[in-house]
Write a protein that binds this ligand. Structure first.
Ligand SMILES: Cc1cc2nc3c(=O)[nH]c(=O)nc-3n(C[C@H](O)[C@H](O)[C@H](O)COP(=O)(O)OP(=O)(O)OC[C@H]3O[C@@H](n4cnc5c(N)ncnc54)[C@H](O)[C@@H]3O)c2cc1C
Length: 538
């Protein structure tokens, strides 16, 4: 038998909160320090070898659709591996689907963001129903009677895997069906029809090209009614206790996100209730979109953190050419560059989450409106590149499924595509500036005076650009949004991170278009300090 040597120990057990300096600092800074002990407990649970294994199992044994029962009756049920249910149980127990709504207080959205950030590092598929349920609450509140019925179930923390009418269950989860095959970005093209049933409810006919997590208990859907596109809540079971006419046609065969089921569905006279004003479906459901877009940024930050944690851990234990990889000068540049990207993403994401805690504050309202699509665009765009480069740090082993890197890499693009793909996000940022006259002032305040001359010059250029008449040139929207995010990330790091981190970020990201490979930080940067800061275990 050959000797096994020069292999790193597995990164487990470890505490995803206690071992993450960047996250801990952000939680404290963004006013959720009261949650440190609960986040430490969740971080410990998620880092147990058995929890890590749940993530692997849920992705290996993927969901199976059963359209009919043995006699030919419609069933429309999806079977998940027990690992999926166990992960959902952990998530609901921690309140990751609804805690800021169930128990609102300063720091509640930040606490939930930190929890989902840790969960997303272990398994991302479960994030989908959690994000949709979290986002559904403000939309459901447009229909007070329906909210009064559903919110107590949504706030409950006792995960109930059964496919039963929601009133019989201990808790409920909400999905959404917006995208049809003729167009997901331009929702005005939706063709699903809603007709009044005469008793205050509606019956829906049509299809949805994407409806993820089809085992949710109800779905927010868009459909055309007499007054135009409207928002509806469609439960899986009708009030008389029969299965609603939501026919799952097939499950998508996806690149990643494989533990989660994403379906194509047809509504054959499905029971639904109107949410909000008839004909104002898009503004009603778009509130949900803000929260799920925040979750895309959290989810991609999580993927980057896990990729970097694995890479730094590996490089601290593996030697090549008589040195630990982390001590090889060029590798330390790669690791530091990756760590910078991860830290900047985490800092901005947690800052954005705080804006959701400050719901009555005008500055935070602007921040939410402008920065949510901007952060979603840039952070989600960076994740695939980070996952790939981190994979390479592990060499051949990084390409093998047993390391988590292939899963992270396959998962990474989805956050950029769903809930508004990159271009749509950037155009939304332009629209937000157009409609929010004080956005420039809020941004100037947020960027503040950090004392870094590179950042000051970069910010001045950005302010000039935002004042210029051609600001709304769509061809330049990506470039503008990229600069906006980089300026904010640089400001956050300059104010709150160790000087080595802020210096390296300004030196490498504010200096003309970035791109190409990681590991190109200029001379003079303290590579070692930055890479060691990202290490998940001492
Ligand atoms: C894994 C997964 C799960 C999903 N789950 C759900 C779900 O649960 N519920 C749901 O409703 N949807 C879901 N979706 C669908 C997703 O939200 C849509 O795919 C997405 O919104 C894009 O819509 P589309 O696919 O129709 O692309 P299109 O709208 O055709 O867009 C294609 C491309 O054109 C770009 N584009 C569009 N308009 C413009 C413009 N004016 N200028 C420049 N570029 C433009 C877009 O940015 C995009 O890159 C899911 C998708 C995936 C991949």
């Amino acid at each position: 038998m050959f000797e096994v040597s020069n292999q790193p120990p597995p990164l487990e057990p470890y505490n995803l909160f206690a071992s993450d300096a960047v996250l801990r600092e952000a939680v404290r800074r963004e006013r959720a320090e009261w949650a440190e002990s609960q986040l430490t407990a969740l971080g410990a649970t998620l880092g147990l070898p058995e929890t890590v294994q749940l993530g692997f199992d849920a992705n290996k044994y993927t969901p199976v659709l059963h359209t009919l029962d043995r006699y030919g009756h419609r069933l429309d049920e999806v079977d998940f591996h027990p690992a999926w249910h166990d992960l959902m149980g952990i998530a609901l127990k921690a309140g990751l689907h609804s805690s800021p709504w169930a128990d609102p207080k300063p720091g509640a959205h930040v606490t939930r963001a930190a929890g989902t950030y840790m969960l997303g590092q272990i398994e991302s598929g479960v994030y989908c129903p959690l994000a949709m349920t979290y986002g559904s609450v403000p939309t459901l509140r447009h229909a007070p009677a329906i909210a009064a019925e559903w919110l107590p179930r949504i706030f409950a923390r006792d995960y109930d895997r059964r496919c039963r009418p929601a009133k019989e269950k201990t808790s409920a989860l909400i999905g959404m069906g917006l995208t049809e095959n003729q167009g997901g970005s331009d929702l005005r093209t939706n063709s699903t029809r809603a007709a009044p049933a005469g008793d205050g409810s509606f019956r829906l006919h049509g299809h949805k090209w994407f409806m993820s997590a089809p085992m949710c208990d109800a779905f927010l859907v868009l459909a055309q009614s007499a007054k135009g596109l409207s928002c509806f809540l469609m439960p899986r079971w009708t009030p008389d206790g029969t299965r609603n006419a939501i026919h799952i046609l097939r499950l998508k065969d996806k690149l990643g996100n494989r533990s989660n089921a994403s379906s194509e569905v047809e509504f054959d006279g499905a029971y639904a209730q109107l949410i909000g004003e008839e004909g104002r479906g898009i503004p009603t459901v778009i509130e949900m979109g803000n929260y799920t877009r925040l979750d895309c940024a959290i989810g991609s930050s999580a993927l980057m953190r896990q990729a970097v944690a694995q890479a730094v851990h590996h490089a601290r234990h593996r030697t090549a050419f008589q040195k630990r990889l982390i001590d090889q000068p060029l590798m330390s540049n790669v690791l530091a560059d990756l760590a910078l990207e991860s830290e900047a993403a985490t800092a901005l994401t947690m800052r954005l989450a705080r804006a959701y805690d400050e719901s009555g504050d005008e500055t935070s309202a602007v921040f939410r409106r402008v920065l949510t699509p901007a952060a979603k665009f840039w952070i989600c765009k960076r994740a695939p590149a980070v996952a790939f480069e981190a994979m390479e740090v592990l060499g051949g082993s990084g390409y093998i499924e047993e390391s988590i890197l292939p899963r992270l890499y396959r998962e990474a693009p989805v956050n950029s595509i769903w809930e508004g793909a990159g271009n749509v996000m950037c155009l939304d940022v332009l629209r937000a500036f157009e409609r929010t006259p004080n956005a420039g002032d809020v941004l100037r305040y947020e960027l503040g005076d950090t004392g870094d001359s590179r950042l000051q010059a970069f910010a001045e250029r950005l302010h000039r650009r935002l004042r210029a008449v051609d600001r709304n040139d769509e061809t330049q929207a990506r470039a503008l949004v990229r600069e906006l995010v980089l300026a904010l990330q640089a400001a956050l790091l300059a104010k709150h991170s160790p000087p080595a981190v802020a210096d390296a970020f300004c030196a490498s990201r504010l200096n003309g278009p970035s791109g190409g490979a990681f590991g190109t930080l200029p001379r003079g940067v303290d590579l070692r300090v930055i890479a060691e800061r990202a290490a998940p275990l001492s």
